[in-house]
Design a protein around this ligand. Structure first.
Ligand code: NI
Length: 142
């Protein structure tokens, strides 16, 4: 390979995974009337097919030409998120959502806390969770 002066470029790469899960939005500290008022129909059990986009930021490794192997990122997301959430009841079944109201906002933050420690320092750049075709939330960490 020819000698290069430039330092490696920093790029963003994104992996998308989906999971189907049930949830209901209900604050256990409130009575039924207040839950119904705040959450409407979402207070009843229903399901979504969620799409989670995981964006990692890093320098291109000059030897591999990659930031990281997307197969490794895929396996990590599946092990830490999808295996636990797919076909699950998000109010009851998922260890990393225990005690949380499973709104898209709370889910995306919980996913961040699952994934960030498993990646290299500062690598996780953004999570975007789509709850439906029109609704998504984004999180960039604290
Ligand atoms: Ni919902």
């Amino acid at each position: 390979m020819e000698e290069r002066q430039e330092s490696p470029a920093t790029v963003l790469i994104t992996r998308r995974e989906t999971f189907s899960a049930a949830h209901r939005l209900r604050n256990p500290a409130w009575d039924d009337a207040r839950n119904e008022r705040v959450f409407g129909k979402d207070a009843r059990a229903h399901g979504h097919t969620y799409t989670l986009e995981v964006t990692v930021k890093g320098q291109i490794d000059p030897d591999t030409g990659m930031v990281l192997d997307l197969r490794d990122l895929r396996d990590l997301i599946r092990r830490l998120i999808i295996d636990k959430t797919d076909h699950a009841d998000l109010n009851a079944d998922v260890d990393f959502l225990q005690g949380q109201l499973p709104t898209a906002e709370n889910i995306v933050v919980a996913c961040w806390r699952q994934l960030a420690p498993a990646l290299g320092s500062g690598q996780l750049h953004r999570l975007r969770l789509w709850e439906s075709e029109n609704n998504s939330v984004e999180y960039y960490g604290e």
